[in-house]
Design a protein around this ligand. Structure first.
Ligand code: ATP
Ligand code: MG
Length: 202
């Protein structure tokens, strides 16, 4: 056997072993239910990951609900793209840009209204996927009670998927999450002086 053939053969055997292990894992994961996914960390890609996954769900015909808990100054591409989609109910809550608002009571009122909408969706099994974008700030500022939110999310319909984004996640949500992804910030164009641009940042 030539050196190349020997290498090919070893590669084939390694791949066969790998496939066996993967097949065993696939066979073991048989539970069918919705999951709670948390997208956290300081790197860029949390909201865009949530909306990318939502596009997947839409492709499969699933009805989706979105609540953006923080309203930016500019309309986002995801809002403009999904707002009229027949399978999507899209809410942008909050008053103005949170870091610029001075009115705490107004922010609390907006958070409570958003939570009422969220609770309605979390009780309705026709929504197969819910995205609560930037919800974690509501806990950080004490606008929503994390224990109540965790309790309601735990009681949601069996097949409903929920994705929550935000830089930091409270322990109470991490405890009940199925999947947690932390996006690290290694580099960001903003620090090199690149202005936020449509289609990338918003
Ligand atoms: P994206 O919406 O692009 O997926 P994100 O949801 O992970 O970003 P957020 O914390 O919600 O990030 O911040 C929203 C905005 O701030 C986006 O415009 C994003 O590009 C920008 N941003 C995210 N991370 C950083 C960072 N490390 N430095 C500077 N700007 C950032
Ligand atoms: Mg975001």
């Amino acid at each position: 056997m030539s050196e190349q053939q020997d290498k090919d053969q070893r590669h084939k055997e390694r791949m066969a072993r790998k496939k066996e292990i993967v097949d065993q894992r696939i066979a073991a994961a048989q539970e069918e239910r919705g999951v709670l996914i948390l997208l956290k960390g300081n790197g860029k890609g949390k909201s865009s990951s949530a909306f990318g996954t939502m596009a997947r769900a839409i492709g499969h015909g699933h009805k989706c609900g979105v609540i953006q808990f923080i309203k930016g100054r500019l309309q986002t591409g995801e809002f403009l793209f999904f707002k009229d989609h027949p399978q999507v109910e899209f809410h942008v809550m909050g008053h103005g840009f949170t870091w610029e608002t001075q009115d705490r009571n107004q922010d609390i009122e907006a958070a409570k209204q958003a939570w009422e909408v969220a609770k309605r969706m979390l009780a309705d099994d026709s929504y197969r996927m819910l995205v609560f974008d930037e919800m974690s700030y509501m806990f950080k500022y004490g606008y929503l009670d994390v224990n109540e939110v965790a309790e309601v999310i735990s009681q949601r319909p069996l097949m409903q998927n929920v994705m929550i984004s935000g830089r930091t996640m409270p322990e109470e949500l991490e405890a009940i999450a199925d999947t947690i992804s932390k996006i690290l910030d290694e580099k960001h164009a903003f620090r090199q002086g690149v202005k936020a641009q449509a289609g990338i940042e918003f």
